[in-house]
Design a protein around this ligand. Structure first.
Ligand code: AMP
Ligand code: MG
Length: 551
């Protein structure tokens, strides 16, 4: 399907012609017009914001996914951002299909998914009073009337979009290979010379001339790996050679040891096939050839490759410096036996292990939470905070009497962008920023903590690292029925994914609350379940996030 997507600040012009050719039998269109009312009050405009690369990628991904079951020929999407006055179109979608019914089906489903999933942030309604009657609005006596209500909860897609715009790639630095595991390469590395750099034997055996038809040879040399013994072999001569040994000359073949009978200084070839058994100079990579692309996370194999070509201080993204505070009067070190009413702190271990594949080792502290905590936590934190890129605070992100994270962050001078999400588990989530430092208030409940790390903190790490990940959402098929109970919120359902016959099969895991720990034993995926779904039958195509770091 041909897809064209555009985000624009200009009014959406019309009419838009359908794409030409291609056997399209139908062209269906949708225009989303801004209406004069929002939440029961008169408005004059809506303001939309979007992080274009992400919004466009999301729209494309959804169209491609939907088109698997509803094949169409072309799709055009134009979304307007900025202030869109009442009566004008905020969105235009046109679908070309062979049949009208197919085009309609795709259009309808896409418009539904667009509202749910695409991170275009309707920031505020511009009320009539703001523009006409009251150009410089003063606070109203009843804050519930006449002014737009502040947005209290954000969808997961909105939070992800926000994070992508808050986290610019961190500067690059050179790091020794031993410290580069999991970090993202910021330069494309080329082989400085041919790999392998000389012709080497692929087997243990005997080097003989290719043009020598003999079956009986005199052994004239012994070449071990590491030796450098060039010589011209004569017909009837053979050089014993070990795997990895440098061939003594050109146009040779290595007879495998298994196919030779050795008697003293002579050997008889039991069979001579055409196999050269040589790893030729430059067959793996030519001098100057790209071997690792910028934007790749350095996995063990890539690190070994860099070592093989002598790239011992690759240019990588600077690691974010992370501080993690686990809060709560009830939590004790996992080494201790909890008193009654206490529980072991599991989120500190989870957080450390989550950050480890990125090469990040956080500084960690366990702090009690009480009214004095806010004050006492401030002083020791201040000096450390100036050097911190990522502040993670587990627990206390909710709205209880003893939930202090939001207050603490405000007192530390952070601007709070998100106080709550609409996705579960993980609704109590704070995202705040102070200069280049980003803070997350994470829910203490372990399953919710796991989900928030794997969705939101991961998004920040990917953006900081400059990793060329197109989208954290993948597509797979459920291996069992998933009965959700029809929650009103979008759900990230813990699951285990594995490959079955080359396809991703996702087994949903049983969980009853965000406080559960046992699903975490095997969870390596989060299935994205749209709000309101009652049941997804086995074999359903779903989107999921892998909690294993993609490469
Ligand atoms: P909170 O987010 O502080 O309201 O905590 C929600 C739930 O998570 C409570 O049941 C806490 O006891 C639990 N919790 C908070 N912090 C941790 C932690 N570090 N490890 C395990 N459970 C925790
Ligand atoms: Mg707490």
């Amino acid at each position: 399907m041909e897809i064209a997507i555009q985000l624009t600040r200009a009014p959406i012009s019309e009419p838009l012609p359908p794409p030409s050719g291609g056997g399209a039998g139908a062209w269906v269109e949708f225009r989303g017009i801004v209406r004069g009312e929002e939440d029961g009050q008169a408005i004059s405009a809506l303001e939309y914001e979007a992080y274009s690369p992400m919004a466009e990628a999301e729209m494309r991904r959804i169209l491609e996914m939907l088109a698997v079951d509803r094949p169409c020929l072309a799709a055009r999407v134009i979304h307007r951002v900025g202030v869109v006055p009442v009566g004008e179109a905020a969105i235009y979608v046109g679908i070309a299909g062979r049949h009208r019914s197919e085009a309609f089906a795709l259009l309808g489903e896409f418009v539904t998914r667009l509202k749910q999933d695409v991170p275009i942030w309707k920031r505020r309604a511009i009320v009539v009073a703001d523009l006409v009657e009251n150009p410089t609005p003063s606070p109203p006596s009843d804050p519930g009337k006449g002014f737009p209500r502040p947005k209290t909860a954000h969808s997961a897609a909105e939070v992800l979009s926000l994070l992508a715009s808050l986290c610019a790639p961190l500067p690059a630095e050179r790091a020794p290979l031993a410290d580069a595991a999991g970090r993202v390469l910021r330069e494309t590395v080329c082989a400085p010379d041919d790999q392998p750099p000389f012709d080497r034997s692929a087997v243990d055996g005997f080097a003989v001339r290719l043009d020598d038809p003999s079956t009986r040879f005199r052994i004239v040399d012994d070449i071990r790996a590491g030796d450098w013994k060039p010589r011209v072999l004569q017909p009837g001569e053979a050089a014993r050679i070990a795997t990895g040994g440098a061939l003594p000359g050109q146009n040779l073949q290595v007879l495998m040891r298994e196919n030779a009978r050795v008697e003293g200084a002579f050997l008889t070839a039991l069979c001579r096939d055409g196999e050269r058994n040589v790893r030729f100079r430059g067959e793996d990579a030519r001098a100057g050839q790209k071997v690792v692309e910028a934007g790749s996370p350095l996995q063990p194999g890539a690190l070994g490759l860099l070592a093989s070509i002598g790239c011992v201080r690759p240019l990588v993204a600077r690691l974010p410096r992370a501080l993690h505070l686990a809060t709560g009067n009830e939590i004790v070190s996992p080494e201790r036996s909890p008193e009654r009413g206490q529980i072991r702190d599991s989120n500190s271990t989870l957080t450390r292990a989550f950050l480890s594949p990125w090469g990040i080792v956080p500084e960690q502290r366990r702090v009690a939470e009480d009214a004095a905590w806010v004050k006492s936590a401030l002083e020791p934190l201040e000096p450390a905070l100036d050097k911190v890129d990522l502040l993670l605070i587990s627990g206390g992100a909710s709205v209880g009497e003893h939930d202090f994270t939001g207050r603490l962050l405000e007192e530390l001078g952070f601007t709070i962008h998100v106080r709550r999400t609409t996705a579960r588990p993980g609704k109590p989530l704070i995202v705040a920023q102070r200069g280049g430092a980003l803070a997350f208030g994470l829910p203490g409940n372990p399953l919710a903590h796991f989900v928030c790390l794997n969705l939101y903190v991961r998004a920040a790490l990917e953006a900081w690292a400059g990793q060329g990940a197109p989208s954290m959402f993948h597509t797979g098929v459920t291996a069992a029925d998933l009965v959700t109970g029809g929650h009103a919120e979008e759900t990230f359902w813990p699951a285990h994914w594995r490959l079955v016959n080359g396809a991703v099969a996702l087994t949903p895991l049983r969980w009853s609350s965000s406080g559960d720990q046992t699903p975490l034993a095997t969870a390596n995926a989060l299935i994205r379940v749209n709000a309101g779904f009652q049941r997804l039958a086995r074999g359903s195509r779903v989107e999921f996030v892998s909690t294993e770091r993609p490469s």
